[in-house]
Ligand binder design. Sequence first.
Ligand code: AMP
Length: 183
Amino acid sequence: MMVDSIDSELVNMLRSRIRNIPDFPVKGIQFKDITPLLSDPHTLELTARLLRKPFNGHRVDFVVGLEARGFFFGPRLAADLMAGFVPVRKPMKLPFTTISANYDLEYGTDSLEMHADAITENSNVIIHDDLIATGGSALAATDLVERMGARVVGYSFVLGLSDLNGTIRLNKKGTIIDTLIKL
Ligand code: AMP
């Protein structure tokens, strides 16, 4: 209880380092800019430590980070958990053989790719990104991981847009869904 209330104060401190940019990259989007949080060494370190916390004591083999802002904390989270880091990227960026998954955007579709040999069968995987909105990209990454014969044991996000219900779409029994800062 004590620890939880300290954590919630710390999370409020992190929340104050998130900058809202109206109408970026297009009109109507409230872009959540985490660069102020990254540029302060204290909030940078605190974020990394709090991201690790829900997964302490769990066996994690890989952290899959989503391009591009999932690359800020993904490798640190992986190293902290003694896991490997695997980048999931936009099409045509990865040089080796890839597998890909489509997902819906507000208008049209997009796809994500992962190297076909990046994840071993039966491994335990965490999917990490800076922010969850609709959950579409995290679900596409889940598809990639499961097609490799591995399982998603957790999701990790720095920010979550509560009104878009992305985490509800990810909700699977036994899976940890950690959203550090709810907006
Ligand atoms: P979604 O697939 O709908 O959950 O969207 C999550 C992805 O889109 C993440 O990679 C985010 O970086 C990005 N994203 C979506 N909405 C925002 C927003 N309002 N501010 C910053 N990034 C966003």
